[in-house]
Ligand binder design. Sequence first.
Ligand code: GLN
Length: 485
Amino acid sequence: MSLPKHAQQYLANQFKYAHLNAFVSLAEPSKLASYANLKIERHDVKDKPIAIKDNICTTDLKTTASSGILKDFTSPYDATVVKLLRDAGAVVCGKTNMDEFGMGSHSTHSNSGAVKMQRCATEEERSAGGSSGGSALAVASAQCWAALGTDTGGSVRLPAAYTGVVGFKPSYGLLSRWGVIAYANSLDTVGILGKDVEDVRAVFDKLNAYDPQDPTSLPPSTRARLQNKKKAFFRIGIPLDYNISTLQPAVRQAWTRTLKELYESGHSLHPVHLPATQHALSAYYILAPAEASSNLAKYDGVRYGSRAEGIDGTPESVLFAKTRGQGFGLEAQRRILLGTFTLSAQAMDNYFIQAQKIRRLVQNDFNRVFTTVNPLVDDMPKSDEDENTVDVIVCPTAPTLAPSLTSVKEQDPISTYMNDVFTVPASLAGLPSISVPVRIARDDLAAEQPLEETVGIQVIGQYGDDDLVLAAADVISRVESMSQA
Ligand code: GLN
């Protein structure tokens, strides 16, 4: 069978980059015939190889969520997002490695071993970000055309930033979560990774549909109220609270340069304040583990999950503890403990309820700065002329470039959580948000860093302004490529 050049290239790269551990399983060779008509020029999902994060159910490949407890699970059905992709002619080319159940920022907490980013053989192994690190790296190393991930607190945007691809988290509730293994239901969002904004938009257009099987899917009546705003020139908000002291200089310089280029291209810049941001991370790390602990309670080896071996006939309490102890990795066990504690009677008021209040403050901050009124909130309508409001916010996706895996191993869990400081606020508010790679000027890079290093610049928009966010991301990519020309 003769395959088009691009199809051969993807397959060759899957072989060549197997050591990066981006995939946990690959499609059967019999699927290869599907690539026979692949035309890479078109921004269209038809015939394209798309990788699926391993917490999204597929009938033809196992779905393990990179957890020992689901190591033998094959789903009897496809997740809605997978079905929609297949209906549109895309080919599921494999399942990607991730942090167990989506809990992590470096894709190192995996039953299949860590994802390892290495741009050249001499470079030290670095973090591909997490938890959708496998999906991001599979796109970055051209092992697939695009990939699906999930983003609960940044898991699509952070890996996109570290690996140099585009990563989009749509508004909460736009893409179906039916058949997606839950981590924290009130935050979980299916996201898309691609090499450019147009590819990501093409996938989004196929997936953006109401799903009656998902109770959190945004109903058609509310979808009809979302405006499809078009803008030639954007009012861009610069969140001053995001200019934190731990921002790596290369990241700050890339952010500043992007803003300058946007200004020179006719867009206007406006400082905005998002004061609740400083508490967003702590609120997230209370709410997400709390939801996770109740979601993961069902994996006890009796109702769901693999049962630990050699313990038949033991009392259920022993079975439960042993199955869970063997099935879950350390980070998952840590989160379950944390979540169970915050939901306990003695901690509920001081932690869980306080975190919910902060979540509301974060949402209010965003509603105050955006020109578009949040369609989910009854609020005073704002005028488009309002001097103080903005169309989108532009800020870094992460405070640093991709760290080495050695330094990640040495980090304590709290420092690891700091990677999510800029991605978590949009997650708490359910807002659309995208990370776009922006190159770093050679002068801003330490001598030993590779030339193709990029910084992720994040665009955040009001709930339902997904098209506007994609359009702004496109503008950033264009001014970026013009400045490189
Ligand atoms: N790093 C964050 C966490 O561990 C975000 C993960 C995600 O978005 N799935 O919770």
